[in-house]
Ligand binder design. Structure first.
Ligand code: P6P
Length: 354
């Protein structure tokens, strides 16, 4: 009698290899309704964009014209990398004929891209940062793409996309693709957070972590301490606290997606507070902070501006920025406690003077 594989391992291995992204989305929705099919198709398109970007990144150092700067400055006032443009155009080309979306709003485009009239139009809007952390690209350090899915509400007659200026609680789904040692796609459509790893031999994103829960507390604090001199006293006091207490460790990659991913799995807090130069912070709400806030809340964590939940912030413009404090509940609350303490002290001084 040949010792058969333990059936469980064999079946489990096959089953895992068959849990692709599109199958998982339909399982999540437990439905084959048109809406479910749409979301599954949307996620598949995002996965295709991720594969195309991952492929180019993996060979960037061997190809002409992939690395380096274009010489332009984008709407953010930031120098543009050639990969920023390539990745932005990948999302446009993948969605243009999809029939899934009516608009694409991107960090790299001042105004949303409207699907041309000769192309099929859908009800959704994709908001995305095509390459987050692009300063890392030329030195082969992790970067990512961040995305959020919203449904068009009402008429966008003037082409101002003003219906996008709503809170993050209007998001139907969100996620990111992390281009690291492996390429991972992490998403949620409101039923937990799930991670898929790209199997290049299959060309498929295969389920690798289901129902991810961020630890209530973690040792990591992730912030650019080079901005210490620009911070409000409350953030300086928080930093002094973690310097003086055992059990904290600093990790900062310069790419929000990588730093967030680490905290999602290991716990802790990422913060990009307001600075003297950028009181509203550096990170953009609609396609960076809000999608990640959606994910972290689905994973049992929190995301705050320091005084308000990120998902409750209503932007005044598409490229609005907010301070961001995101991660484990206890660690976000600890940062907020220093902000509240500072506000109390300022109020007491005002009262004392009056
Ligand atoms: P700094 C990348 O440009 C980015 O938008 C985020 O990915 C990252 O967390 C942050 O900016 C890094 O900014 O000022 O620390 O270099």
């Amino acid at each position: 009698m040949v010792d058969a594989y333990p059936p469980l391992d064999h079946e489990y291995a096959l089953d895992r290899d068959c849990t692709t992204l599109s199958r998982h989305v339909l399982q999540q929705l437990q439905s084959f309704s048109p809406d479910a099919q749409d979301l599954s198709a949307l996620m598949n398109r995002i996965a295709l964009a991720g594969k195309l970007i991952a492929r180019r990144l993996s060979r960037a150092g061997l190809m002409e014209g992939v690395l380096g700067f274009t010489g332009d400055v984008n709407v953010q006032g930031e120098t543009v990398k050639k990969m920023d443009i390539y990745a932005n155009e990948v999302f446009i080309s993948v969605f243009k004929q999809s029939g899934m979306v009516c608009r694409l709003a991107s960090e790299e485009m001042e105004k949303p891209y409207y699907i041309p009239e000769n192309c099929p139009i859908g009800r959704y809007t994709l908001l995305y940062d095509p390459i987050d952390g692009s300063s890392n690209i030329d030195t082969n350090i992790n970067v990512g793409s961040i995305f959020a899915i919203r449904q068009q509400e009402g008429e966008d007659l003037e082409g101002t996309a003003s219906d996008l200026l709503q809170s993050g609680r209007k998001q139907l789904g969100a996620g990111y693709i992390l281009y690291g040692p492996s390429t991972m796609l992490v998403y949620s459509i409101g039923r937990g957070v799930h991670a898929f790893t790209l199997d290049p031999s299959l060309g498929e994103f295969i389920l690798s972590n289901e129902n991810i829960q961020v630890p209530e507390h973690g040792p990591i604090y992730s912030v650019n301490e080079g901005n210490f001199w620009q911070w409000d006293e409350s953030i300086r006091n928080y930093t002094r606290y973690v310097h003086r207490h055992e059990g904290y460790t600093a990790r900062y990659s310069g790419a929000l997606v990588g730093d967030f991913h680490r905290i999602l799995f290991q716990g802790g807090v990422f913060l990009y507070p307001g600075t003297l130069k950028k009181p509203e912070g550096k990170l953009r709400l609609l396609y960076e902070s809000a999608p990640l806030a959606y994910l972290i809340e689905q994973a049992g964590g929190r995301a705050s501006t320091g005084t308000q939940d990120i998902l409750d912030v209503i932007p005044d413009k598409i490229h609005a920025r907010t301070p961001l404090i995101i991660g484990s509940k206890e660690d976000v609350s600890l940062v907020e406690s220093f902000i509240q303490e500072e506000a109390r002290e300022k109020e007491e001084k005002l009262i004392a003077r009056s």
